[in-house]
Ligand binder design. Structure first.
Ligand code: ZN
Length: 160
């Protein structure tokens, strides 16, 4: 059957950036299983999987606007270096955890200029064009219960 709304799709994928660096892959693991059409995947990838069938191998290029968004200057924050506690030396490229009103968030130290530290809270894949190699392993119709829950049952021992 073709992939459409409320198909349960299992697939292997490898995700690379423009330079060909592997960012993520299901190889050597169980295939990724997801419920199609409910926003379980990034929109640009889900769109390109419509109407595909088991056995199809797809190369999908997804622009940032259809993936994790563009890099936003609004997500850069300048803070004083003295605001960092502890003895740990901070350096550019370092990941730090911040306590925000939305709970703990990861940020990257993008620049240190004297006492001014710029923190970047963009998603690590913001601004990145994604290159997927996808192999569709299986397509089935979702059970009623899976549709009402909005996710797939019977994998990884998850049920509720
Ligand atoms: Zn459930």
């Amino acid at each position: 059957m073709k992939i459409g709304k409320h198909s349960v799709v299992s697939m292997h994928y490898t995700l690379k950036n423009q330079e060909g660096t592997v960012l993520d892959s299901s190889q050597g693991r169980e295939p990724l299983v997801y419920l199609h059409g409910v926003g379980g995947l990034i929109p640009g990838l889900e769109f390109q999987l419509n109407d595909k069938i088991a056995g199809d191998k797809i190369k999908a290029v997804v622009e940032p606007k259809d993936a994790y968004g563009e890099i936003s200057k609004d997500m850069l924050y300048e803070v004083p270096k003295s605001g960092f506690q502890g003895d740990e030396e901070i350096f550019e490229g370092m990941q730090v955890q911040l306590d925000t009103e939305h709970g703990p968030r990861l940020a990257v130290v993008s620049k240190i200029d004297g006492d001014k530290v710029t923190l970047d809270m963009n998603h690590p894949l913001a601004g990145v064009t994604l290159y997927f190699d996808v192999e569709i392993m299986n397509v089935r119709e979702a059970e009623k219960e899976e549709i009402s829950h909005g996710h797939v049952h019977g994998h990884g021992g998850h049920h509720h």
